[in-house]
Design a protein around this ligand. Structure first.
Ligand code: HEM
Length: 116
């Protein structure tokens, strides 16, 4: 268990560093979904973005996880609006390194039920 915790603490900052590297991702904190258009992805090194790791031991559940996340997100957005809480700029968000990166003060959004 201790080995696992140490491995996670080693790997998580690596993910954070690469996924926010300004050389790979201009304006890394800007919300820009177009970065993931197939034409943009083709311009980058395959290991510029590796949430599921890569190579022969990459996550076996990648496609399943992407499908589940897309379905869950679509279901939430069908029933709720995502509204900012006014917590501050994204650059103010304090991150905690854990198994996955977390916001120390919680999320900057709340969900409001859609009326129709
Ligand atoms: C957002 C969801 C997920 C993320 C971010 C994620 C990420 C990862 C990562 C980083 C690894 C380590 C790969 C390595 O050792 O380099 C891994 C391994 C693995 N994941 Fe996932 N995973 C997710 C969901 C899932 C799901 C839903 C399944 C199964 C249905 C799954 C099955 C596996 C398996 C079996 C491995 C071990 C692969 C191996 O060692 O050969 N994962 N995952």
């Amino acid at each position: 268990m201790l080995f696992f915790q140490k491995a996670v603490l080693f790997i998580s900052p690596l993910y954070l560093c690469v996924h926010r590297d300004g050389n790979l991702w201009p304006e890394p904190l800007k919300f820009d979904p177009d970065r993931f258009l197939p034409s943009e992805v083709a311009k980058r090194h395959p290991f510029s973005y590796f949430p599921f790791s890569g190579g022969p031991r990459k996550c076996l559940g990648t496609r399943y996880a992407m499908m589940v996340m897309t379905t869950v997100l679509a279901t939430i957005l069908r029933h709720y609006k995502v509204v900012e809480t006014g917590y501050g700029e994204i650059s103010d968000v304090e991150m905690k390194i854990d198994v996955s990166a977390k916001c120390v003060k919680g999320q900057n959004v709340k969900l409001e039920k859609r009326l129709c």
